[in-house]
Ligand binder design. Sequence first.
Ligand SMILES: Cc1ncc(C[n+]2csc(CCOP(=O)(O)OP(=O)(O)O)c2C)c(N)n1
Length: 950
Amino acid sequence: MNESVSSILYSGNAWYIEELYEAYLEDPRSVSDSWQHYFKTLQLADPSAHQDTPHSPIRKAYYEAARRKRHAAPVISIGPDAAAHQKQVAVLQLINAYRFRGHRQADLDPLKQYERPSVPELDPAYHEITEADMDTAFNTGSLHAEDEIPLHEILAIIQTTYCRSIGVEYMHINETEIKRWIQQRLESCRATPSFEKHQKIRILERIIAANALEEYLHTKYVGQKRFSLEGAESLNPMLDVLIQSGGIAGIKEIVIGMAHRGRLNVLVNVIGKNPSELFDEFEGKNVRDVGSGDVKYHLGYSSDIETPGGNVHLTLSFNPSHLEIISPVVEGSVRARQERRKDFARNQVLPVLIHGDAAFAGQGVVMETLNLSQTRGYATGGTIHIIINNQIGFTTSDPLDSRSTLYCTDVAKMVQSPIFHVNGDDPEAVAFVAQLALDYRMEFNKDVVIDMVCYRKHGHSETDEPSATQPIMYQHIRQHPGVRSLYSDKLITGGLLDDEEVDEIADNYVASLDDNKRVSSKHAQNIDTEFHIDFSPYVDTDWDVPADTSINKETVQQLAEKITQLPDDYQLHKSVQRIINNRAKMGKGELPMDWGFAETMAYASLLESGYPVRISGQDSSRGTFFHRHAVIHNQNNGETWLPLQHLSENQANFLVINSTLSEEAVLAYEYGYSCSEPESLVIWEAQFGDFANGAQVVFDQFISSCEAKWGRYCGLVCMLPHGYDGQGPEHSSARLERFLQLCAEENMQVCVPSTAAQMFHMLRRQMLRPYRKPLIIMSPKSLLRNKLSASPVEELTQGKFQTVIGEVDQIEPTAVTRLLFCAGKVYYDLLEGRRDKKIENIAIARIEQLFPFPKNEVRSVIETYPNLKEVVWVQEEPKNQGSWYYLQSRGTLIGCIDDHHIMGYAGRFYSASPAVGYMSKHLQQQRQLVADALHLDKLEVTHRRSVIRT
Ligand SMILES: Cc1ncc(C[n+]2csc(CCOP(=O)(O)OP(=O)(O)O)c2C)c(N)n1
């Protein structure tokens, strides 16, 4: 191979070579001899090269479509002179090098702390181009210039485009069409915006407002934390572009997620919170009458803003301090809003996520959220990510410490996102990039990143001293005039405004703050409430508000038929066929109904009543334990069928999703979804309950506390498979104790259903009651196949969810001296043990809802037994886990027993690990705890007895 050809065959040039190859295939003479020779040998050497070339019909169609869309770029023409051709190739390589790596030499840092790195490929000499070539005219390829211009002009164009205030990474994108689109947008204007006077003044106004608010708060509330935006004021004009241009592009709602930095500023200056509300919060007044409340920089807000394209509803999500966890929450909320609007193109509701540089690079949930972005169950049509890259995370500013990547944004390349780095000191470039990112998102429905490089004027908060750890950086910052002054000067020098006019903008703004006037863009007057989320039916309702969850016999039969009907010629796997056959029998009452049937019937009946159902989790469509089969696979051709989508014409939407292998982002997403859609049954299912620990932050910071902190309601259901089957430490416990510890103030429900019918009624109750609180279910595993837990089909037509199930056998109440309470599958071990040994003085009751604790029901069970001496809690979990500690707290079991009762415990002993790893040991422990509970002294005691009395 010719050396100069081989030297450019590095992967970065693949796109360029692809183009040459395409030209070669169309007309071999259109490329130079050396390339002809090379392509010929390539084809001879590797016949498979043909498979993925434009010869393949798919590729050909793709190229043709791309070519049609592309602007009229001339095909590279290479004349007969080989040396000239080589030079031309070198020039094209140089142009391409700027597309790939120009960002490395872009002017991005307002603090100008570092020398811009030298990048060999950006040096003409690297491509064997000499000074003498500079005046020679070359073909520019597609640089939006005349066909042939002198090389020094080409160089000026590519440097202007790629190395000024905007540094672009986009050549990592696989799709040529997308690369071309970005290239066209950048190169056609040399990445140099030309705003009109009124647009520039609007940008300036937003910068002055951003800056003036911080100064106002600084003087009025001395020493109070506000996580100032100073140094990053260009964020506000950027958001202004997204909102105003978003409105023009047809966006109706924007949901914003952001952390602490600049949040107060965005709330007041962008979303339009009344300044007086913020001032009240600074003064510590309890302005929002919600439970325990939250600090001001975590609060959300909504408003409607006028744009030339109509009103845009803005929502800033409530979020905790835990960095980045708001990202999937926003995505879930956006998806719910899109579905409410039937916005299946996903172009009416836009997610905007504002990140810190350290958090974006450091928090794993960022990657998990990006991984959701193009999946069927989670896509939101593309998110605009904005990084407030102040080049520091608390005290960590050295990239050697804060990340392993060149840029803080590199993780976004995993979804082929283009990345626009932009200097925050150039607000026009910032506004240009915002428009470009928005257009990109609307065109391709994919994620896009704006990395606004800026600085942080003060410490992490205003009470923090930054120069102790960043002395040099803060020397630069102290000398920096600030973007407000830089941009004012620019407009004054350009003759657009004079000093007085600039001062007037600032004075008017401060006067508005003094007068408590709204300072954001114009608020909309005629607000369309059609798509507003209405939680009013659920305010101040109680968990025990009655709900008729039964369905009549005809409905049972009709639904059972529908969920077992399949299209003709549908070949099922034989195990699935058996399950479907059994479901048909269950519907007719010929078989007791199992959990899979009962659950499916709950969904079917809710769908028929107009409640959409959305279930997500790992392998949820089949069910980890092979019990659900919400998606049926045709064994002949792989087609799928979802019976629950074929109930009737007017049914609500059913969606079941095999989620990505994430807990944190997926659970947060479902939380966000359910908070925005109270009329949908939203279920997240863990594969095994303990994997929910990867999402603990979501339980702690959102699910259990969103109402107390922010007054937000959420009806999310979490199914956490739980139960001791001898599968070892990692698959036994959903860590029930943690959920019970989080329970207070009726914040959520924790239930352990023990029969199929209970599952049915519990799921229906979740929607039919006017009550929206999270429901945590310790869901079954081996119990799914336990015949004793199956229910007669009549239980669907009568009854309701029972928070406590009392004794089911014929036990004479006066004979009972010991009452066992338990939850979940251990009940069946106790029942069998007692029946087996014909014990008559022990009654067994199940507490199916552990929180809110059903005191009255528990007490009435206790009162059934006049000669009762002992109330014993029986659990499979070790003593330091499960419910035992919780049940000793006031308001629970201990509060229900009388003075003359002894309260005892039968269960596993204290343990560091949730369960043992050996089946034999598990069985031995299980026998022992049942023996302890049933007082079977004959049983050999092989480990320390675990009955205690308090
Ligand atoms: C998960 C999590 N870890 C740690 C913190 C504490 N913390 C708050 S802000 C911050 C630095 C964030 O840096 P960056 O993302 O760059 O944003 P900046 O504050 O610089 O705007 C840290 C470590 C937190 N809030 N959440």
